[in-house]
Design a protein around this ligand. Sequence first.
Ligand code: AKG
Ligand code: FE2
Length: 276
Amino acid sequence: MLSGKVACGEYNIPVVDFKLLVNGTADQRSQAIRDLGRACEDWGFFMVINHGVHEALKEAVMKAFIEVLSFPEEETAEYLEAASMDPIQIGTGYYSATDEAQHLRHYLKMFVHPEFHCPAKPKKLRDVAAKFATQTRHLMQQLAMAISESLGLHDSRIPQALNIDSSIQMLAQNHYPAYTGTEGVATALPPHTDPGIFALIFQNGVDGLQVQHNGQWILATPVPGAFFVLAGDQLEIVTNERYRAVIHRAVIGHEQARTSVISMLAPCPDAVIEPV
Ligand SMILES: O=C(O)CCC(=O)C(=O)O
Ligand SMILES: [Fe+2]
């Protein structure tokens, strides 16, 4: 059974306008930075719009990732059952005994920074994934600078404290086949926080990401073109828990399969992260 009541519609998930954050007038920038600070403080979650990553690129990445997951197992055997730090991983998550997942999730994960790793097929994946990785990394670096400012600090303070220049970036895709069981919807990814600094997420038009806010589960429905931005554990640590990592989960209904693409930034494993 899916635990907790789910609210949708009655809450306004915060929206941050990236264009105003970087190119606005002084007043617009201050307002956007305040909006960002409030979103991080109250939710640990927001949507970013006008971020400059083209829809066509996002679609191309999702399509190429779907192709990888659809290859017969013998073609992706080297990535199956990989360990958590292996550069490319393909697998299926279904941990019903331990953590309440009731339905399948197929995933692909690849580390793209500081070294770029990518399955050789389909051929177009390398090019689109590299572009998407660079653009979303840049976006997350700029968000980290703006977060510094939202805390009244110099814009380099939080990025430096996180060693962001040497950080690790991972791209991932989750594919959740439509649910076939007897409940209304099923949990496919149990409640968790993300271990890194931020995750950016977009999806195939099917909702299913839920975030915890003031003790309630909220279904996240994006404004067109937006990325969801989730604060992770390392952001919580560096801000001394002022900006908390958001607890979230993914659910899946009967009608349609859901696909999400994630770009995630985390400090390199030997970085020591302390509150600023
Ligand atoms: O599929 C989603 O929307 C959420 C994915 C997620 O939280 C994760 O992979 O850590
Ligand atoms: Fe997550």
